[in-house]
Design a protein around this ligand. Structure first.
Ligand SMILES: [Zn+2]
Length: 264
């Protein structure tokens, strides 16, 4: 039985605004410019494993969460720096709310692409489970970085995150299955998709899904603020608002505490 009630997707751009497609859609898929693709059924399992070498000393005065990265079908070495850059930028964007640290980085092989895994997942298939079985680790966020492809002109999937619709208490009960985030290589390289998916992971919705009152509460006070927000589809996104950060921190301490979060 599938636990998932809702899947939120991010399809970002390789650097053209996609805001014009933010309406008239089902909130799950999204149109944007192009990029590329492959991935998902694990073949030989882990080829390389750099376990624990990225540990940093835990500061118990902050919320700290470890992230495992799984690089699918590409050389791990090529992404060590990109992952470090993402972590550094994440910690700037989430400053005062949550601090992330790299835990492990693995290489996986798969025969399927990100869009195929997503479609299979929606259909109740097991490609994602096959990919992550024995790899996704309880107590951590597990990020699978996969190739994507243009499914139709101007339409590319750059990530998705399994979420419960309204059963937040369930996250602790269904871990690490509900701690798996999928992002494309391009999304990781642009420092965009992981931010966006973590926003979903910690309860945030897309701006266009919010009422005007909700936007006000979350500090999305004008079109410019909304445009550059990480929860938008736009390659110029660069921030979360302070109210969003507070909401994410509260959500993390309330419903994601099983991650080994340190409360401060
Ligand atoms: Zn999204």
């Amino acid at each position: 039985m599938r636990y998932i009630c809702l899947i939120l997707i991010i399809i970002t751009t390789s650097c053209k605004s996609s805001k014009n497609s933010n309406s008239n859609h089902d909130h799950r898929t999204h149109s944007v410019p192009a990029c590329c693709g492959v991935d998902c059924m694990e073949q030989d399992g882990i080829l390389k494993s750099f376990e624990n070498i990225f540990y940093t000393r835990i500061d118990t005065s902050k919320l700290q969460i470890g992230i495992n990265f799984f690089i699918v079908n590409r050389p791990l070495e090529s992404y060590v720096e990109t992952i470090s850059h993402n972590i550094n930028e994440l910690n700037i964007s989430f400053e005062g709310a949550i601090e992330f640290r790299k835990n492990k980085i693995h290489t996986l092989y798969s025969d399927h692409s990100l869009p195929l895994v997503y479609k299979d997942y929606l259909a109740g298939g097991d490609l994602l489970d096959n990919l992550s079985e024995g790899k996704a680790e309880a107590g951590y966020i597990n990020v699978f970085v996969m190739e994507t492809m243009e499914e139709e002109p101007g339409r590319i999937l750059h990530g998705f995150t399994p979420l419960f619709n309204d059963y937040h208490e369930g996250y602790a009960k269904v871990t690490p299955e509900m701690d798996r985030l999928m992002v494309s290589f391009e999304g990781l390289e642009f420092n965009s998709s992981l931010f966006h998916e973590l926003g979903h992971y910690f309860s945030l919705a897309h701006p266009w899904e919010l009422s005007e009152e909700q936007k006000t509460v979350l500090g999305l006070l004008d079109p410019q603020e909304e445009c550059i927000n990480h929860m938008n589809y736009n390659c110029f996104v660069n921030k979360f608002t302070e109210p969003q950060l507070k909401q994410m921190k509260m959500f993390a301490t309330t419903y994601r505490a099983y991650l080994g979060i340190q409360r401060g």
